[in-house]
Design a protein around this ligand. Structure first.
Ligand code: GDP
Ligand code: MG
Length: 766
């Protein structure tokens, strides 16, 4: 069988490569409306030509110089793997800048097709691009497409296929005569050495490209000789700048004029520009972002939507006793859509547990194992899926619309003064989803120290798996101690994580990870309405990942925890207090005393220690462990009347009730609960994230990173516990947001001082 032909997609960041890739191959790679989403290359198959061809989605690049990892990946791929054709995707709305890469691809001996993407946008402005003329000037086929609207894609592939059959010799558009002379000489020298792609290598060598200089030191004298005799007024002997200038000149003289604007005067401000006047406003930008964030959490978690509960009382007597009871509203107010979905899901899983329980012998070993051990833990985790999906839906909308890129931009303005670039904020925002891709995304950071600092704080951006810890315990807190409002607590905890991250980054950038911030180069993409298809792709990605984890790692740990909590060292069934798990838990429990969930709790208190440890495998485990153990406690309470009295009514209820059982059963304080949430949020992330961090960090930095995580979480939780313990449960409702507020203020003060010092440097004695 002959090898499949390969077509590689190359282009600037955010020009639509992944969108095209997905539509050609029917795959579901992540499309983001900001640059730098695709760092690795992806592969798929296009099946509508006479033979199947492989399609490769390369990382986005602005040039083929070896400055960023993306550039190196893409360059080496084309040079070494020799695709049958390169499809250069060009964002037609940014023609001049995008064609800069094209002029470099042209120099390679590889078939090339230019795909003019985003033509739907160009046409909607009433603009016209003279494709045929452009084709003549570039010397390769140019095909107009819209990756998003799936317009003309088959034509593009047909043209690419024809080109692949023809083959192509590299050519350069550099017109500077002296330069051209030198390039020709070096090309001939390369040919003499039998190097493939001689023209490309020659131009790069003349540009003083570090890779070429290292690989072909023998040809350097030729260039240096020429340099001595050559002097340009503007560039002196900076050949790289001279060549770049030559490329841009060609584009602006020969290509740019083919973009005919409808009426250049009439459209000074685009719609995006107008929106940006407000959203990226110097003063309003950040407050708007925080308000948006709050509404997202409110719509996902609130049991008192828009705080209407205080104004209107809802009569829900008609639902009493039915499965709709408490689904849409309670005495407290209307449920948010996120809560309604979650309640609905819980009703279903409870019904399943009820059925299964009915089939098994009442009070038997098997019933306990299946219902408490397996289903309890599994449904505890899956039960959060609706709210997680809801949250991600909102985040995907923000990302797809182009708003997230603005957030990075707004934050860059502030952060760069203190040692961070906006680029490092993108992986941090991704951290809200999952630390693993977020850490991989730090590859877009050029400065290694900034990158290390960023990888270290990514886990503080609470990921999807940590959400259940937050919501379950916050919900239980509200009900047990009658404090505040669950979504406010959740929101405050997210804020604590973010502020901790900021403080840590600043601390690192001023101590062990000092360095200059590279400039922020990223255009803001045009706003557009999020695409339903791409939203669904994002959600499916999350669901797939989450469900897979629930049925593998989490299911296995749940079963293990159940066994360990039901059996003693003699392998006989015992009460939980005498189980293997209890003895392990009691051993490590004292460690957590300063944090409020250690030895001060009663005989069941070790469950918090165990939950924190199982969380190291996967964060969902914290709550799964919790629920499995709650099941055991409830079962024990049936026989033990003192425990039953302590737990009370809730023992028979469901959902958050399990957390309530844990709180009442162990005697933990509200402050201890919050500290427990904080500890889990800030501590060593899950297994997968650790493995990624180890791979992405420079050699030898991983062990310090683990130490850093332990220290931050321990100290942070201890501070929170000590601080909150000063309040009674009545005043705690305000203490939690106040604490977040104080933290923010403290961070702002530190920033202020650092900024001041920067502006007024201490004068050194000469
Ligand atoms: P990549 O960084 O090159 O992989 O770009 P993506 O495929 O992630 O796309 C970046 C953004 O441009 C996304 O928001 C896409 O929806 C959008 N986009 C891609 N192609 C088109 C197109 O043809 N027309 C319009 N209007 N938007 C597009
Ligand atoms: Mg991409």
């Amino acid at each position: 069988m002959s090898k499949m032909k390969t077509f590689a997609l190359a282009g600037n960041p955010n020009c639509g490569k992944t969108t095209l890739f997905n539509n050609l191959t029917g795959s579901t790679a992540h499309v983001g409306n900001w640059p730098g989403v695709t760092v690795d290359k992806k592969e798929g198959t296009y099946k509508k030509l006479e033979e199947h061809v492989a399609i490769i989605d390369l990382p986005g690049i602005y040039s083929l110089s070896p400055y960023t990892p993306e550039e190196v990946i893409s360059r080496n791929y084309i040079l070494e793997e020799k695709p049958a054709c390169v499809i250069n995707i060009v964002d037609a709305t940014n023609l001049e800048r995008n064609l800069y890469l094209t002029t470099q691809l042209l120099e390679m001996d590889v078939p090339l097709v230019v795909a003019l993407n985003m033509m739907d946008v160009v046409e909607s402005h009433g603009d016209v691009i003279q494709v045929k003329d452009l084709e003549k000037k570039l010397g390769v086929p140019v095909v107009r497409i819209s990756a998003l609207k799936e317009d003309n894609l088959d034509e593009l592939m047909r043209v690419a296929y024809q080109e692949a059959l023809k083959g192509r010799q590299g050519k350069t558009l550099i017109e500077n005569k002296d330069m051209l002379h030198l390039i020709n000489d070096v090309t001939i020298a390369f040919k003499g050495k039998g190097v493939v792609n001689p023209l490309f290598h020659a131009v790069k060598l003349v540009e003083n490209d570090e890779i070429e200089a290292k690989d072909h030191p023998d040809l350097l004298p030729m260039v240096d000789e020429f340099k001595k005799s050559f002097h340009d007024e503007m560039f002196d002997d900076d050949f790289e700048a001279l060549i770049a200038d030559s490329r841009y000149k060609y584009i602006s003289k020969n290509c740019a004029p083919f973009y005919k604007k409808k009426d250049p005067e009439a459209r000074v401000l685009t719609k995006s520009d107008k929106i940006d006047r407000v959203l990226t406003n110097k003063w309003a930008g950040i407050p708007i972002f925080l308000v948006i964030l709050f509404f997202i959490f409110h719509l996902t978690f609130s049991e008192n939507l828009f705080f209407l509960g205080g104004l209107i009382k809802f009569d829900h007597s008609c639902f009493e006793g039915s499965m709709f009871e408490g689904l849409f509203f309670t005495d407290a107010g209307i449920n948010s859509p996120g809560v309604i979905l979650a309640n609905f899901f819980t009703n279903i899983t409870d019904w399943i547990t009820g059925c299964v329980s009915g089939w098994l012998e009442e009070g038997s070993w098997l019933q306990g194992f299946i219902c408490d051990g397996v289903l309890g833990g599994l449904f505890a985790v899956l039960g959060f899926l609706p709210q997680i999906l809801f949250l991600f839906l909102f985040f995907s909308i923000l990302e797809d619309s182009g708003y997230m890129a603005r957030v990075a931009f707004i934050l860059d303005r502030i952060f760069r003064k203190f040692g961070l670039s906006g680029r490092s904020f993108m992986p941090m925002i991704m951290g809200f989803g999952c630390s693993v891709p977020a850490m991989i995304n730090t590859r877009t950071l050029a400065d290694e120290k900034e990158r290390t600092a960023t990888v270290r704080v990514i886990p503080f951006f609470s990921c999807g798996a940590k959400l259940p810890i937050l919501t379950a315990i916050a919900g239980a807190l509200v009900q047990t101690f009658g404090i505040g409002n669950a979504d406010l607590i959740t929101y405050a905890m997210y804020l604590v994580g973010m502020v901790t991250a900021i403080i840590c980054v600043i601390a690192m950038r001023h101590t062990t990870m000092r360095g200059d911030v590279p400039p922020f180069i990223m255009e803001l993409p045009a706003y557009h309405a999020p695409q339903f298809k791409s939203l669904m792709i994002h959600l499916w990605d999350k669901t797939k990942h989450f469900v897979k984890k629930a049925f593998t790692i989490i299911l296995a740990s749940t079963i293990l925890i159940w066994f360990l909590s039901n059996f003693g060292w003699n392998w006989k069934s015992v009460d939980m207090q005498d189980s293997i798990l209890a003895s392990i838990g009691q051993l490590i429990q004292p460690l957590f005393t300063p944090l409020g969930f250690g030895s001060q709790l009663n005989s069941l208190g070790w469950v918090f220690a165990v939950a924190a440890i199982t969380g190291l495998i996967a964060k969902e485990n914290v709550i799964a462990t919790f629920f499995t153990l709650a099941g055991v406690i409830i079962a024990a309470a049936g026989e033990d009347s003192s425990l039953a009295a302590l737990i009370g009514e809730e023992a028979t209820a469901d959902g958050i009730a399990e957390s309530i059982v844990m709180i009442k059963g162990t005697g933990i304080t509200a402050a201890g609960c919050i500290s427990f949430i904080a500890f889990n949020m800030l501590t060593i992330p899950c297994f997968a994230a650790c493995a990624t961090a180890k791979a992405e960090l420079p050699k030898g930095k991983f062990k310090w990173t683990v130490l850093f995580w332990i220290a931050v979480s321990y100290i942070g939780a201890a501070i929170i516990y000590t601080f909150l313990s000063m309040f009674s449960s009545d005043t705690l409702a305000w203490a939690i947001p106040t604490f977040a507020g104080i933290l923010v203020a403290a961070a702002a003060a530190i920033l202020g001082v650092i900024y001041y010092n920067k502006k007024h440097p201490v004068k050194k004695e000469a």
